[in-house]
Write a protein that binds this ligand. Structure first.
Ligand code: COS
Length: 383
């Protein structure tokens, strides 16, 4: 749903200009240094990017899912590390508070998240609980008006920058599955929290992940999201469901950028006396990529509109994330192929995108998890 087309167009315009003029020129330096310049983060704050999804009442832009998707399609047209700066605050790190938090919790955190004063991160995954999220072992045991948290979280995006974590932990060790899990907002500076060393990743340099280790960390009981135990797994699933449409939109943006670069190269690069874009085998690759980007874009917008209209989009969110994240992998692969030898060199940037987009098939649910969710929903509906 688009509430006001001209307001959205103005926002898309400024994001698009920011991407073109500020982010694209900084891509190589960020990949080299593994650091996003603080000046760029400040500019993101001024643009309101940290508050895209937060209600206006708490100082955000309160974008609908369709509006958010369209913004992500623009922001996606540069190195994914830039999106990652705001990604966990706009998405999985804040949405638990927004969806299931109490009014007091929303009032306390959302205004500061909206301005970027606080960075939120999402702590679900553990060394032995990834796809099988319901088997997580981090414990949060009630002790007076606190919970005592022990355990390790792994691959936590933006953990080194985080001010708060949306943490999923088991409050009832007697219940092994999803029903024993609760969600908390945890101040990242709390005593008893240590960070592991920053992970060395395949790509997305500038975006950081690391372990977060909780050792007798005392979290006020008032920080239990919704003040209800046993609801944390469902909170995480709701958050991830929305996040999957968001990530799919980023995939569409990235694929469009890769395709634009690929087309430009194919029109410039000459072989056998003409631009390689004139060769039908190259045209086939361009056309396949164009078709797939278009298909993914239609899926993202349809899933987003359905969610905006209040429909259950568990299946559509997973279909969209599955298709879009696999699609951008194919588009990047064809991009490298069209660039030929140049595609293998770092100076052309296409190999960087090839590595960067590989993550989209892994996080916020692997492709196999999306397949599982889709098929389970089909079987349930048919039964
Ligand atoms: N919205 C609301 N509730 C949901 C839900 C959703 N999208 N998905 C599941 N639930 C509920 C279920 O309805 C069930 O509730 P009841 O017990 O009341 O019926 C509960 O949550 C448990 O669900 P389920 O039985 O399906 O849990 P499973 O352990 O079988 O796990 C998968 C389901 C595998 C789909 C889940 O663990 C998953 O998504 N794993 C991937 C995790 C992930 O994306 N990690 C990335 C980390 S963040 S980068």
């Amino acid at each position: 749903m688009i509430r006001d087309q001209s307001t959205l167009d103005a926002l898309l315009d400024s994001v698009s200009r920011f991407v073109r003029e500020r982010l694209v020129p900084a891509e190589e330096a960020v990949a080299e240094s593994d650091v996003i310049p603080p000046q760029i983060i400040e500019e993101m704050k001024h643009l309101g990017l940290f508050g895209l999804t937060i209600p206006e009442a708490y100082g955000g832009l309160e974008l609908t899912m369709e509006e958010e998707a369209r913004v992500m399609m623009e922001l996606g047209k540069t190195s994914p590390a830039f999106r990652s700066v705001i990604g966990t605050t706009v998405g999985i790190g804040s949405q638990g508070i927004l969806i299931d938090g109490t009014t007091e919790q929303k009032e306390r955190y959302l205004p500061k998240l909206a301005t970027g004063e606080l960075v939120a991160s999402f702590a679900l995954t553990e060394p032995d609980a990834g796809s099988d999220a319901a088997s997580l072992r981090t414990s949060a045991i009630r002790d007076g008006d606190h919970y005592v948290v022990n355990g390790t979280k792994r691959y936590i995006t933006n953990a080194p920058q985080a001010d708060i974590f949306t943490l999923m932990a088991r409050t009832d060790p007697a219940i092994k599955g999803a029903a024993g899990v609760s969600a908390f907002v945890v101040d990242a500076k709390s005593p008893g929290i240590a960070l592991g060393k920053i992970d060395k990743k395949m790509g997305q340099r500038g975006a950081h992940t690391c372990d977060v280790i909780f050792e007798n960390c005392r979290v006020p009981a008032a920080n239990l999201i919704g003040l209800k135990e046993g609801k944390g797994f469902k909170t995480a699933m709701k958050v991830l469901e929305k996040g999957r449409i968001h990530i799919a939109a980023v995939c569409v943006g990235a694929a469009q950028r890769i395709l634009d670069d690929t087309l430009r190269y194919a029109m410039d690069r000459r072989q056998f006396g003409q631009a390689i874009a004139q060769f039908q085998l190259v045209q086939a690759m361009l056309a396949d990529s164009k078709t797939e980007v278009y298909a993914a874009q239609c899926m993202v917008l349809d899933a987003a509109r359905r969610r905006d209209s209040g429909q259950n989009v568990s299946t559509e969110a997973s279909c969209t994330k599955l298709f879009a994240s696999e699609m951008v992998g194919r588009v990047a692969d064809r991009g490298v192929q069209v660039f030929g030898g140049a595609g293998y060199l770092s100076e052309y940037g296409i190999e960087r995108f090839y590595r960067d987009v590989r993550l989209f098939r892994l996080y916020e649910g692997t492709s196999q998890i999306q397949q599982l969710v889709i098929a389970r929903n089909m079987i349930k509906a048919a039964g």
